[in-house]
Ligand binder design. Sequence first.
Ligand SMILES: Nc1ncnc2c1ncn2[C@@H]1O[C@H](COP(=O)(O)OP(=O)(O)OP(=O)(O)O)[C@@H](O)[C@H]1O
Ligand SMILES: [Mg+2]
Length: 215
Amino acid sequence: MLRELVHRVANNFATVAALIRAKANLVGDAEAKAVLNEAIEQVSVMARVHRRLHVGDKDVALDSESFVRELCADLKASMARGRPVSIECVAIRRPLLLAHAIPLGLIVTELVTNTLKHAFPDCRRGTVRVRLEGSNGGLRLTVEDNGTGFESHGRANGRGQGQALLRALSQQLGGCLEFKSTDRGSTFRLDFPHSEAADPPAPARLRIATPLMPT
Ligand SMILES: Nc1ncnc2c1ncn2[C@@H]1O[C@H](COP(=O)(O)OP(=O)(O)OP(=O)(O)O)[C@@H](O)[C@H]1O
Ligand SMILES: [Mg+2]
């Protein structure tokens, strides 16, 4: 019964993504198209999570390794298509609960999308490295690029909702997001507690991220 429900939710998210894609194809304006494409990626994360969920006796979880790898391959095929930017991905194999998988997937999507939008202007070549590893009993996500860094174009180069989204999602994970940028690229690192038990991260364990962007 639960398995069937999870499957249906996955199909519903896939349908929503297809509907937005159909609208994106009708839009001529490049910026509007880009915004819709980002929304498609975000909804696709939800579909992917539900498609990969295994329904166990006590919880509903998915395998972090295939989830993060597939997500990166998908971002490469969609957001980085035709660009000389490679997306490399290494991920540890751990069961990820639904409550962790959705924020983690959305964080990877936002960070990788940001590198493609901002770090490699003018068809610049580059590499984005995504790594999920064990750290201090929890998990650590690192997204690193060898692009322009933030300094080259300052903070006011876009809509900037991504920052707020990243903070909110990191809090959902009870995690701590740190950020470093030079003229040789940027690195985001998120440490978050990981439990294989059915409980989602408790709000009491939330740690607020150190400043995400340079001030
Ligand atoms: N990897 C990166 N390399 C260089 N600059 C970056 C990178 N990530 C973000 N930035 C800079 O930080 C700014 C804020 O990022 P943020 O994700 O909040 O906004 P956005 O991507 O412009 O818009 P939105 O996320 O709302 O679609 C960007 O406009 C850009 O100038
Ligand atoms: Mg962004």
